[in-house]
Write a protein that binds this ligand. Sequence first.
Ligand SMILES: C[S@@+](CC[C@H](N)C(=O)[O-])C[C@H]1O[C@@H](n2cnc3c(N)ncnc32)[C@H](O)[C@@H]1O
Length: 444
Amino acid sequence: MAGSTTESLRQLYEELPYPNVPLEASGRNAIDSLYRLSWTTAQYARSRTILPSEGITILNVGCGSGWETLLLAEANPGARLVACDLAPESVRAAERRLRYHGFGEVELYALDLLEVERLGLQFDFISLNDVLYLLDDPVAGLKALKRVLKPDGILRANLHHAYQREVIFRMQEAFQLLGLFELPTPEACRRVREFMASLASDELRAALHWDPKIYSDDGNIRANYLLPGDKGFLIPDLMRMLQEAELGLVCLVDYADWDPALLFKDKALPAWLEAELDKLSPAEQNHLYELICPNHRLIDFWAEHPGSSLVLPWSDEDWLRGRVQLNPILADNAEFRHNFAQAHEKKQEFAMNWPGASRGRLTIPGAQMAWLGSLLQGPTAVASLIEQAAQANQIDLEASQEQVLTYLAGLESFLFVMLDPTPSPDRSEEGTLNSAAKRQLLAG
Ligand SMILES: C[S@@+](CC[C@H](N)C(=O)[O-])C[C@H]1O[C@@H](n2cnc3c(N)ncnc32)[C@H](O)[C@@H]1O
């Protein structure tokens, strides 16, 4: 086994499999987490193709107590799931959790991620949540995972943010100085509490992010103030690490929350600022965002073999001949379906979001819910939605097309809906515009 950090981590997660979520808890309504762990969503972000998860092979690295593994199983129906962790006790906890939830067929191994090639498998999707930043050499970790990633595969991982978590990193250094990392867990945690209680003021404790309620749990102290190997990164670090590992960035998983446009007033920006912003690459824009507002604990990303995808924006024609569907994470969620159906029936305004995320909140007016409700039936021809919108809202086809394409494009930009631009050959005529109407729209 490599360096002493690896050994400290193995001991920590042997004692305290992470996270400490009750065995019975289900992830079915953790929609934001399911979104992050959905192969179909990641592939759509990467290649704008809708690929079902049935039959794919997924690797969950550093599975901990199996919460992430359970979410992967729930987000990717029909996939073969393999999971590993450094700590055998974490693997046993994961096994218990998966068996409890009826996913007994998941294959689990006590294995260092640097040795994943020993599994003898290639993976469509690799997920490692809250793991990469713990490694002595994250680039070596990325290289090992790249070797088992299929040519069209996607790797999803994250890094702690250097500035958002700066206080915790400082206090880890302080507790190193005070020798707490050398002590057995209960004694080290007791001393952290005593240290915080000894500070001169509540203001100082708050500035160090101390919350006695949260940190009455030793596990939370170990996961933050006493976490061995913890490190912080910025977007340029991520870009450099991917380059060294010969991987390409697809995009940040919550890309919409990293847009510098969110940080400025809606009013027109000074011309020089607008011009400078336009010159920045997507990664530079994300870096600008983190410099101004480091509010994300994690830099969560999807990566691929470099240059393996090329995404062009959809044309109006793609939309008009294509079919659109809800993201399966939403379509398969009973609560979402119920609320969406109600808003559709009553033509009520509906707030689209990934619950738990700030990203992509879109408010759909009731008039648009009148036709969007059809998406609950499954993939639907855009042409049919245009006709439904025209009828429901008593408008002509041209106005209806503009509304439908505007709302669908907005929903698609946050991955709430997905477009399949190729009409299927066996599709019935139902829901397609008659050719005269189509010519009229395309000409318009
Ligand atoms: C913070 S926990 C995250 C658990 C899980 N991924 C989640 O998000 O719920 C980190 C996990 O990574 C595992 N780990 C750390 N280094 C590893 C390595 N080199 N190989 C495999 N697992 C590792 C630890 O044992 C621990 O279970």
